[in-house]
Design a binder for this molecule. Sequence first.
Ligand SMILES: Nc1ncnc2c1ncn2[C@@H]1O[C@H](COP(=O)(O)OP(=O)(O)OP(=O)(O)O)[C@@H](O)[C@H]1O
Ligand SMILES: [Mg+2]
Length: 297
Amino acid sequence: MGPMIDELAEKEKRERKPVEKEPKVEPRSESRKIEVAHHEPDAFAKKVKMKAEGICAWFGTKQALFDVNIDINEKAVTAIIGPSGCGKSTLIRCFNRMHETVPGSRFAGDIFLEDKSIFDPRMDPVAVRRRVGMVFQKPTPFPTLSIYDNVAIGLRLNGTRDKKTLDEVVEKSLRKAALWEEVKDSLQKAGAALSGGQQQRLCIARSLAVELEVLLMDEPCSALDPISTSKVEELIHELRQNYTIIIVTHNMQQAARVSQKTAFMLNGKLIEYDATEKVFTNPTNKLTEDYITGRFG
Ligand SMILES: Nc1ncnc2c1ncn2[C@@H]1O[C@H](COP(=O)(O)OP(=O)(O)OP(=O)(O)O)[C@@H](O)[C@H]1O
Ligand SMILES: [Mg+2]
């Protein structure tokens, strides 16, 4: 997936009406503890897939990130939580070099994908964005393209013309995105004809069709109903067998359900980063505790 797709998708997102945020998490009472479903004692034993070192990011003169250091484990789900404006989207947009596409933006620090800096002059930003794909808050299929073409677009832009190859990749990607059974008889219908939840899975299929390794998800469920949300959450589970996932969410129950590690951010700084269970049941930092118990944010 090239910058074209990302930029077009982003542009579409901007042009649409803003999506309402999920309701704020209410103060937690004893009877309403956040359940952590997928505790993994080996959350730290996994290989590091991406590593951010000393990231600072600016929009013009406004600094949005301050010296963020974070290791992202391979084949695991990392959740990023924190109040609105704390820099969650900016951080994940650094991970696939989308931050630098904003006019007037600046960046300092380094990010490694496996052992190579994604800012190395020999690294093509387009190739980085194929390996590190992004799914947005509002599903962004190309509304006039068919379901098939929405999935095939990345490959086509890379020059793949062979129909058999395209057919295979489209089916495989739709299967991986848990959408195949619902759309296999209507592949030529417009992407816009799908429900919001299906469109979100279509966008995931679009990312999976290229040689994706890391999937960045920026509030992927906040525009979805509860059933579509649980389908996407199930899908995240499946995908983490093979992919590295970073998910930004305002829904703390969701962070606890889907992730193995959680990062809490505040005012552009990474305040706490630990196993999800630890962050939600016994956070080290008072600020984290205040946030997850709903005292602010
Ligand atoms: N394109 C932009 N131009 C100028 N400032 C920006 C831009 N995008 C973000 N910012 C600023 O950078 C800071 C971090 O924004 P960011 O979008 O990363 O926050 P967030 O944690 O994702 O918030 P939300 O939960 O509301 O999505 C905010 O102060 C925001 O106003
Ligand atoms: Mg955001």
